[in-house]
Design a binder for this molecule. Sequence first.
Ligand SMILES: NC(=O)c1ccc[n+]([C@@H]2O[C@H](COP(=O)([O-])OP(=O)(O)OC[C@H]3O[C@@H](n4cnc5c(N)ncnc54)[C@H](O)[C@@H]3O)[C@@H](O)[C@H]2O)c1
Length: 285
Amino acid sequence: MQEFTDRIAVVTGAAGGIGLGLTRKCLDQGMHVVMADIDETRLAEVARQLRQNSSQDSSLVTVVPTDVSDRASISRLVDVVEGLESEIALVFNNAGVASSGDLGQLWNATHDDWQKLIDVNLWGVINGCMGFLPILMQQSSPSRIVNVASIAGVITAPALAIYTMTKHAVVSLGESLDQQLQAAEASVAVSTVCPGFVRTHLTDGLSLEGSDGGDVSPTMRENLTWFEERVRDGTDPAELADRVFEGITHERRYIFTHSGFRDAVVERFDTILEDLDSARPHHGG
Ligand SMILES: NC(=O)c1ccc[n+]([C@@H]2O[C@H](COP(=O)([O-])OP(=O)(O)OC[C@H]3O[C@@H](n4cnc5c(N)ncnc54)[C@H](O)[C@@H]3O)[C@@H](O)[C@H]2O)c1
């Protein structure tokens, strides 16, 4: 069982939503939280409120404005954390974005839609893992990287195609990295969180205006409305953080926080297995 008290938790995307929920949970565990986010103003405001409301030492929160998609920015974050006195227990690679253009048909998505989602949702997690791994692997006490993917990372979700693609990649990265670390008998483990819908700011910036200023397609309009409604009715981030910690305590490789998606997982694998089983023996293995 991992010790959390007096150790460091790094949380990216900490200025709101799931990241802020995780930050509060870590503070409740007596951890020193390093909050990283691209939104410098909101990060400072949220940290001020946490310090004001906390009965604990205000030094338990450190803020580091960070763009996770930028390697140099992550290196600066790593430097700040290395300068702190305690060891790291948890690194949450949580920052992520959704993009309006992703909600229509893929052939209508712009290059910028692809770029933004891959840069933040995938490179952000790669940068966080690779930036912190050298320190974590040198520590004697156990630590855990916790990557926030999505239930979209294990199912087929064409309404959010590019987002879903990045989350599948994050799930795959976590699986391989955790297996490699266990094979190397490292003190670091990896968990991948696959939440269903959570009530956050994820859909705040999404708009029904196309990149050319014109109207968007009916498919995109329908998908955006569907997505916004699900997120609005989603789980409270504080509750989500409790479920994530339960998964961490049980040292789970996959942390599923919502139970309602079994049919979608089965449907995806049934389709894969049906096509896999149609391969003829002479195709070889
Ligand atoms: N809300 C949901 O229903 C849901 C479901 C499954 C997975 N997720 C995932 O949870 C994670 C957190 O999202 P959320 O729902 O809390 O959304 P959110 O928008 O409330 O929070 C995301 C935070 O990430 C920050 N951020 C964005 N780009 C960044 C960058 N380049 N560098 C650093 N910080 C950046 C934002 O400023 C924001 O504070 C994301 O990875 C998201 O894909 C969300």
